[in-house]
Ligand binder design. Structure first.
Ligand SMILES: [Cu+2]
Length: 130
């Protein structure tokens, strides 16, 4: 019995050592392929979701058009806070923390609205209400 336990123990140790070794090199390949995958899936999900404004890499991904008064989810995939703020002061402005979502209620008036980020004024986007 004791012999069996020793055998199992040493087998487990060997497997553990192998796994530890293996996962070291695996991790590197995993990470690089994960990065590639997550970048792909970001583009994919931005295309798939029609009523979300996605902020990713300090850029807005905006669906083609919205309906008047629509409540739009703003999804911030960056780690820093952004905002969706109308260029025309007071039309709309919503802040969204890094990694969070926020809801923006769009104007009732159809039109083309340009907006920017109050934290990064070089970020610009356009949304169409019709
Ligand atoms: Cu920003």
């Amino acid at each position: 019995m004791r012999k069996l336990v020793t055998l199992i123990f040493s087998t487990v140790l060997t497997l553990f050592a192998l796994a530890a070794c293996g996962s070291d090199s695996d991790n590197k390949t995993d990470q690089s392929s994960m990065t590639g995958m997550s970048m792909q899936s970001k583009t994919g999900s931005a295309d798939a979701v029609k009523d979300e404004i996605v902020i990713s890499g300090f850029a807005y991904v905006v669906p083609e058009s919205f309906t008047p008064g629509q409540k739009v989810t703003i999804r911030n995939n960056d780690s820093v806070e952004h905002s969706v703020t109308s260029d025309t002061k007071g039309t709309f402005s919503t802040d969204v923390e890094g990694g969070e979502t926020a809801t923006l209620t769009l104007p009732d008036q159809p039109g083309t609205y340009t907006f920017y980020c109050t934290y990064h004024p070089n970020m610009h986007g356009t949304l169409v209400v019709k």
